[in-house]
Design a binder for this molecule. Sequence first.
Ligand code: PRT
Ligand code: ZN
Length: 309
Amino acid sequence: MLLREASFPGLEHIYYFFQLIQTPFILKNLKIAIQKSGRLNEKSVQLLKNCGLDFENYKSSLITTVSNFNLEILFLRDDDIPGYVEQGIADLGIVGENVIDETQSNVTYLQRLGFGKCTLKLGIPKDSPIERLEDLNGKSIATSYPNILTEFLKEYKIDAQIRTISGSVEIAPGLGLSDAICDIVSTGGTLKSNGLKPFIDVRSSEAILIGRQNLQENPVLCELLQRIQSVLRAKETKYLVLNVERKNLAEITELLHGVKSPTIVPLADEGWVAVHTVISEDDFWDKINTLKSAGAQGIVVMPVEKIIL
Ligand code: PRT
Ligand code: ZN
């Protein structure tokens, strides 16, 4: 099923309303809402494709059906995703934690997805006299995240005025609209190019798979979750092949103690073996350097597509 882009605002909402009232009677597929376009779109689509789901990803479509799995994909603005999931219009959603918190939606966290990482930070002008959090008392802060910021200020008992603006928050201090800002930062480039500097972290965020309440028992969800977890595990893991002189094998095997049991394959040269194993990506270069120091040679590193436990 493919619904073309609405030619006037609101058509998709009418469509989803009819979906909602029909859902219990007609539609059996699970529905997952992902961002239509923006920073989370590509990685969300890629994750679902890596799970073996086959679907068309037309830029103009608002909904598409997965041909080989009981799932439909809704393409929405990220701000709408938690609400659609909370109301049960979508069963699942992929969205940043910052949006879930800001919309204060009652949804279940099913899986952290490891992409879309960023931090909601307070930022101040480079030459600001503000030095400590308490210096924000009596000051104004521009943000698109008034709910998260309200909670944060309450927690630290700071009495500052929140100026809610929907975009381009970084220009607010320069325009004299606020003394500070609270916005998403990833590289920090936007802060810098607007004459601001990071001040204090409010919360970190990454993309999360969320679900509506009472979904845990669904077998389609269990299968999807299993596939997602196997893709995520694989992403954190590398397949290694290394050549080792037999006299160094015990030490190398010891270094790979985190692995259940590496595969040892004899080489044509009788004094050498090839060790096949998987390692996690944490401290990857440290591990490789340690293996090299212990005598490993000709190290080949390969990506792992899926790990099914
Ligand atoms: O159109 P729609 O409403 O769906 O999308 P959007 O424009 O509201 O959101 P989008 O696509 O910009 O971001 C989607 C999600 O990606 C956010 O909710 C976060 O969870 C996550 N994310 C990760 C980011 C960033 N990194 C990010 N850098 N969201 C926004 N930014 C912006 C930030 O607002 C600021 O303007 O990028 C700028 C700062 O980036 P740096 O790299 O200069 O620090
Ligand atoms: Zn948005």
